[in-house]
Design a protein around this ligand. Structure first.
Ligand SMILES: *Cc1c(COP(=O)(O)O)cnc(C)c1O
Length: 395
């Protein structure tokens, strides 16, 4: 894939790259941002131009400066040979899977995987004659015993987005490489600012761009990045599936990326601060946050990540539904909703145990997932403190 037209790739610090890549003010009357290019048809002035396949943009479905700028930026952040936008995180995941799997193959998928990914594996992939088998997220090098001659890929999500187990990606990737299987990593939690799976042996990285990249809860997006070995297959699958992303959504991803570094720093500090405070509350049995030293996989976090995300879990003493309702219904600042990654704080009662097939996940109490946004931290604490009091009254 060609670079963003006219842009010379130079090695830049992450913050500089986020603010300067993928835009060319001098080519757009000085306007700072790359405009929303709307279009299907791209016209060619001559037969020579029509037949020149090195021209960056030849048809609307294949992208525009609005999309290409973001793709190049993410490739640089991930250390990838190429990146492609998809209309949602799940579309990015299904694209990555379809780019490496064929009928008769099987794939090893973490038991902690995002549930819609599991649904695709058990539904569409099964229909296409591809078998998904699930593995214990803490398996590490032990994954070797699950490989068969037909295993073509491993799907890693670290940490699990409800249960927060970390995975030993280098160990898994070493086994997979020896068996010529592709390793796909869902890196939505950490973003490439805090975790670079390709450098640890992964082949493809997917993001729910909807979450941290967009960052404002106002668009859906996904990305897939690949190393040099898997980039041609990824680009081909993207082309054949006809995946095209609307320019308005792409613009919102670009706008979000500009502030990703400062947002991630703030999310990290706030989430950790709140997690530490919650760990001291009498109603909280456990906090599931990989960056806390009491997390069982903290050593992996320390080794493979340079920072942590906005999302973590808390476990309260078992309570009836009425107590859970009293907690969450009365919250003033934490809203309930799927998704995460925006400026606003969210909470979700987590029911993940039923989805597991290879392992059991028993949190030992009632599990909630929190996304910490940018409200004043004391206001967030007060909101949660009154919620915990309502919960306790109904135990
Ligand atoms: C939300 C999410 C996805 C899917 O992203 P969508 O844009 O909602 O399709 C994938 N993986 C993880 C970890 C997520 O949290």
């Amino acid at each position: 894939m060609t670079d963003f037209p006219g842009e010379k790739p130079v090695k830049q610090a992450t913050e500089t790259l986020l603010t300067h890549r993928g835009r060319r003010p001098e080519q757009q009357f000085g306007f700072v941002n790359t405009p929303v290019y709307r279009g299907s048809t791209i016209v060619f002035p001559t037969l020579d131009a029509l037949e020149d396949y090195s021209i960056s943009f030849r048809y609307g479905r294949q992208g525009s400066p609005t999309t290409r700028g973001i793709e190049d930026m993410i490739s640089e952040l991930e250390g990838a040979a190429g990146t492609l936008l998809a209309p949602s995180g799940l579309a990015a995941i299904t694209l990555a899977l379809l780019s490496v799997l064929s009928a008769g193959d099987d794939i090893l998928v973490t038991d902690s995987v995002y549930e819609p990914t599991r649904a695709f594996c058990d539904g569409m992939l099964a229909r296409l004659g591809i078998t998904a088998r699930y593995y214990d997220p803490r398996i590490g090098a032990g994954i070797e015993s699950l490989f068969t001659d037909r295993t073509r890929a491993v799907f890693v999500e670290s940490p699990g987005s409800h249960t927060f187990e970390m995975q030993d990606l280098p160990a898994i990737a070493t086994v997979a490489k020896a068996r010529s299987a592709a390793v796909i990593v869902d890196n939505s939690w950490a973003t490439p600012l805090f975790h670079r799976p390709l450098e640890l042996g992964a082949d493809l990285v997917v993001h729910a761009g909807t979450k941290m990249f967009v960052g404002h809860s106002d668009a859906m997006s996904g990305t897939v990045s690949a190393n040099a070995q898997f980039w041609p297959a990824l680009a081909k699958a993207h082309r054949q599936l006809g995946i095209a992303v609307g320019p308005d959504d792409a613009f919102l991803v670009a706008r979000g990326m500009r502030t990703l570094a400062i947002r991630m720093k703030e999310h990290e500090q706030r989430a950790l601060g709140l997690a530490d405070w919650l760990a001291d509350q009498p109603d909280v049995i456990r906090v599931l946050h990989p960056a806390r030293p009491d997390h069982p996989d903290h050593a992996i976090y320390r080794r493979d990540f340079s920072g942590s995300g906005s999302l973590f879990g808390i476990v309260l003493h078992h309570g009836p539904r009425e107590a859970v309702a009293a907690f969450v219904d009365g919250l003033q600042l934490f809203s309930m909703g799927y998704s995460w990654g925006g400026y606003e704080s969210l909470i979700l009662p987590s029911k993940v145990a039923h989805a597991r097939t290879a392992t059991q996940f028993d949190p030992g109490g009632t599990l909630f997932r929190l996304h910490v946004g940018f409200e004043a931290i004391d206001d967030l604490k007060a909101d949660l403190a009154s919620g915990l009091a309502r919960y306790r009254e109904r135990l």
